[in-house]
Design a protein around this ligand. Structure first.
Ligand code: ATP
Ligand code: MG
Length: 400
């Protein structure tokens, strides 16, 4: 196959490939960028693989950074852009089901492509657009199939994360997983326990952000992969129901993903915290998901109070409104934005009095001061008192 017009993302990189070739080595575009070019999808990152060893790449280019030199990756800075260039390599050992014991640099493109996970990810492309397809990747792209390169069971033994990647690419590309690859996932699913939860997390979220997330979830159930992930393994029955409820549109960000799960499984704030901690999520994500979920649950049942609007904040309110759209409910985003705008204050700092001023007026520092400030904040938000210094002070005095 020959790609006639390469997307612009390859323009500068084409020169880098030419320079490597002028020095007598081979260089190719590999991985996701080749797959997505053939599928006419937008590109994320352009990976380059070469027969030159890292030391040789560093001799060719003036500005380089040793980003992952032990794996053969050197970053080359060329005309103000950076390119990751990785030496062809083979991997062996995989005694822990997740990492090779040994990485060996090789001169052969074929050996490099053989270690890649799926046929659609094992394509290489020359600088002139000629595609090298040694494992039937183009045919699988055309038939919308995810198929392991070589023996699927062996490949999942080498690196069990690949099982999650199969489901992830299936959802992202809306491809089916080939029967033997699927069977090998089912028989090897317990190996997922060997994989760090952070890595499973990345693939799981990418899967749910894909265009076929419900099928991804259903496949994780069918293959038992879901039995080996934290907390969700205790909700298999409910997740089976969730995987059959249609989504009105695609999920758009990670907060939406987890809030969708939390609302669908009717989680409390405590359950959200336990689950997301088990999935090694950031504090910010946990706070956002708790807030969006609570807001969505209120929107689904009754009206939201002004205090809840205020506490949720503009961004999370919009995410909650979008989540309702995903669930096939009306779009409340404009109404919520309007209500939020008309709140008397939008954060603590907008309160017309602060702790220092209260102390000057004779209120002692300590927990009570905090409680009074909190009360004032709530009363102002609820419209019970005006955000005006004297009124706030009078009110504070009456609470002493
Ligand atoms: P994305 O668009 O999500 O970046 P990608 O195909 O570029 O998709 P990456 O995770 O960036 O995926 O990996 C780049 C390439 O490296 C893959 O296309 C594949 O060839 C190879 N690869 C990545 N992870 C693995 C793995 N666990 N096992 C085998 N090959 C892998
Ligand atoms: Mg990539």
């Amino acid at each position: 196959m020959q790609i006639k017009k390469l997307p612009n993302a390859f323009k500068e990189a084409q020169q880098v490939l030419q320079i490597i070739e002028e020095h007598g080595y081979e260089a190719y575009f590999v991985g996701g960028s080749v797959r997505d070019t053939i599928l006419k999808l937008p590109l994320h990152d352009v990976d380059i693989a070469t027969s030159a060893y890292p030391a040789e790449i560093k001799q060719i280019f003036v500005h380089t950074v040793d980003t992952g030199i032990e794996h053969g990756t050197v970053t080359v800075l060329h005309h103000g852009q950076s390119f990751e260039i990785t030496t062809f390599r083979t991997e062996s050992g995989y005694q822990d089901y997740r990492r090779p014991d040994q990485v060996t640099f090789v001169r052969s493109l074929k050996e490099d492509l053989m270690r890649r996970d799926f046929t659609v990810n094992a394509l290489a492309m020359r600088e002139n657009g000629e595609v090298i397809d040694l494992f039937g990747g183009i045919s699988d792209l055309q038939q919308h199939i995810i198929r392991a390169v070589g023996n699927p069971s062996e490949r999942f033994h080498e690196d069990a994360l690949r099982m999650m990647r199969a489901v992830r690419f299936g959802s992202q590309l809306d491809f089916t997983i080939e029967a033997q690859t699927m069977a090998a996932i089912k028989s090897n699913s317990p190996l997922l326990e060997k994989i760090a939860v952070e890595r499973i997390h990345v693939e799981f979220v990418k899967m749910l952000l894909g265009i076929a997330p419900l099928r991804g979830l259903a496949q994780m159930l069918q293959t038992d992969l879901l039995c080996y992930v934290p907390v969700l393994n205790h909700h298999l029955k409910q997740l089976a129901v969730v995987s059959e409820l249609p989504l009105a549109r695609q999920l758009e960000n990670e907060t939406e993903v987890w809030s969708w799960l939390a609302v669908s499984l009717d989680w409390s704030v405590a359950q959200i915290r336990t689950t997301l901690q088990a999935w090694k999520s950031s504090k910010q994500l946990i706070a956002d998901v708790a807030s969006v979920t609570a807001a969505s649950q209120s929107l689904l049942t009754d009206q939201m109070t002004d205090w809840q609007l205020y506490q949720t904040g503009a961004t999370n309110l919009q995410t909650a409104a979008q989540l309702l759209v995903v669930l096939g409910k009306p779009d409340y985003s404009q109404e919520l934005a309007r209500r939020y705008e008309t709140l008397p204050i939008h954060n603590k700092h907008e309160l017309a009095i602060n702790g220092k001023q209260l102390m000057q007026a004779g209120i002692k520092p300590g927990p009570q001061l905090g409680q009074i400030l909190n009360q004032l904040e709530q009363q102002v938000v609820a419209g019970a008192i005006e955000n005006e210094p004297q009124q706030l002070l009078d009110h504070a005095q009456s609470m002493k």
